[in-house]
Design a binder for this molecule. Structure first.
Ligand SMILES: [Zn+2]
Ligand SMILES: [Zn+2]
Ligand SMILES: [Zn+2]
Length: 338
């Protein structure tokens, strides 16, 4: 059973997942193995290589766990957390621990092995967003969970071990640190000004224009004022809302269009970078409606995080957000039709 332990100094929780116990030698080879087409367990016809599906979008009445799907959600075969059991929160002297309970699922976004978000149609990307929403609404009913992390690693340097386009979803019994940090900051801003900090950012950035990459009716893409990584990009809904799963139909449509557009711009100007994509949304056990504002963060993997960043927790970014926004805004796009 994986275990969650809390650092007594910083309050940071870590997952100890010793089930796949590693000796020091095992770490060296882990990076290089990316599973490609010939052995891909996510391709149609290999449904028996994944655990049975939790959700699938199918057009032609095909049976569960058989080909004929447009999108599948399956449990992760190597989950970081385990779904069965109780949390058993307990103290161990001054320390705090609980069982590593959580759901870890994989969204297989498209039957075609070669498709990526940047080569899918907007409708196909929107389908992925609806799958996220459906899984969140289902997992939310489980009282053990407080947060659902939705993320995508694209390309081996970003941590993807399978080529076939997919995203992951982890339901957690705790609120992760980076969300907690944002919540605390947003709450403070609201306390002082009675306004959402993200709404304030949108107002100022739209007026200033310099860091805006693309502005649509429902979603805005921008380079944040103090980005940690070169070409870090945020996508925010124009309308205030704390939770991704409560967004409107038009917002999913707009986000699908924006994701496609921003990724196509990056492919054009940054030579098809690997990237990490995260959805930031409010924890569902807390009332944060007025001060938190859901959004998507996209970090292309252009530099390796060096020892300095790990050691100091201080980011050095060689590209200004004004320059990044300018490059992406001016990228020429050719629409995909599927
Ligand atoms: Zn595949
Ligand atoms: Zn807001
Ligand atoms: Zn965020």
């Amino acid at each position: 059973m994986p275990e969650l332990r809390k650092d007594p100094v910083t309050g940071r929780w870590v997952i100890l997942s010793t089930r796949r116990r590693k000796r020091p030698n095992d770490f060296r080879i882990e990076r290089s193995a990316v599973v490609s087409g010939a052995y891909c367990p996510f391709c149609p016809g290999r449904e028996d290589l994944t655990p049975p599906e939790i959700l699938a979008f199918r057009q032609n009445g095909s049976g569960a766990n058989t080909p004929g799907w447009d999108l599948r959600v399956v449990p992760n075969k190597f989950p970081a957390l385990q779904v069965e059991g109780s949390l058993d929160r307990e103290g161990e002297g001054m320390f705090d621990r609980m069982n590593g309970i959580g759901a870890h699922e994989v969204v297989i976004e498209h039957p075609d092995h070669a498709k990526t978000l940047a080569t899918m149609t907007e409708g196909e990307i929107e389908r992925v967003l609806w799958a996220f929403r459906e899984r969140i609404q289902d997992l939310k009913r489980d009282r053990r969970f407080r947060y659902i992390l939705i993320f995508k690693n694209h390309g081996a340097p970003a941590g993807a071990s399978l080529e076939h386009s997919h995203s992951q979803l982890i339901a957690l019994p705790i609120v992760p640190d980076f969300v907690r940090e944002e919540l605390d900051g947003a709450k403070q801003h609201y306390g002082a000004k009675e306004r959402c900090v993200f709404c304030d950012i949108l107002r100022q950035e739209i007026a200033a224009e310099r860091r805006v990459i693309q502005e649509d009716a429902d979603i805005i893409a921008l380079s944040p004022y103090a980005p940690r990584f070169p070409f870090e990009t945020w996508m925010l809904p124009r309308r205030h809302g704390a939770r991704f799963e409560d967004a409107s139909h038009a917002e999913y449509e707009g986000l699908a269009r924006m994701l496609w557009s921003v990724l196509a711009r990056m492919n054009r100007t940054l030579e098809h970078p690997s990237y990490n994509l995260l959805i930031h949304s409010a924890p569902f056990t807390e009332e944060v409606g007025d001060y938190y504002h859901w959004h998507v963060e996209l970090m292309p993997k252009l530099t390796r995080t060096a020892g300095f960043e790990w050691g100091t927790g201080f980011y050095i970014n060689p590209t200004s957000p004004e320059e990044a926004a300018d490059v992406l805004r001016n990228a020429r796009l050719e629409p995909v039709r599927g």
